[in-house]
Design a protein around this ligand. Structure first.
Ligand code: HEC
Length: 139
């Protein structure tokens, strides 16, 4: 190895080091983009799954029915986060009409499908109306 190729190597190394923060920023941007794409895809699937499985009791847009609480409610979302909603949907509410949905608990849905439904339901958070009586929407 001559002095020339050594200094060429040094130049390449310096360029790589200099470019690294830029590369990291681009990578982070791509990661955010992928996360947003995944959320968008989940929302589409989640909307279909919600319509097929949940709307008959909780209403087409989560407004609730005589026999089931509203989900699209500022007050409900104030008391529930993503983890809790996922948990309730997985296991249901024993002793009520709300069944377990996760196939590990005898329900019809996979964990991925539940995640999609929860992502969809949580999209309502941003514009959720005031519904202090969300647990008794029919009364
Ligand atoms: C057969 C009717 C029925 C169906 C179908 C149903 N639910 Fe429910 N759900 C209920 C009832 C009733 C409750 C209230 C249980 C209780 O008394 O705590 C409930 C409670 C909930 C809660 C907790 C609400 C709160 O205020 O504590 C969530 C979240 C929920 N359901 C999500 C879903 C999702 C998502 C689906 C579709 C995968 C679904 N439910 C399908 C009847 C239903």
């Amino acid at each position: 190895m001559g002095a020339r190729s050594t200094s060429a190597g040094v130049v390449v190394l310096v360029l790589l080091v200099a470019a690294f923060p830029g590369y990291r920023a681009v990578e982070a941007g791509r990661r955010d983009e992928r996360a947003a794409e995944r959320r968008a895809a989940e929302t589409v699937v989640g909307r279909q799954l919600y319509a097929a499985n949940c709307a008959e009791c909780h209403g087409d847009s989560g407004e609730g029915m005589d026999n089931a609480p509203a989900l699209n409610s500022k007050q409900f979302f104030a008391s529930a986060n993503e983890k809790l909603v996922h948990h309730i949907v997985e296991g249901g509410v024993p002793g009520t009409e709300m069944p377990a949905w996760w196939n590990e608990f005898g329900g019809p849905l996979t964990d991925e499908q539940i995640r999609a439904i929860v992502t969809y339901v949580l999209m309502w958070v941003k514009n959720a109306p005031d519904r202090p009586d969300w647990r008794a929407p029919g009364s």
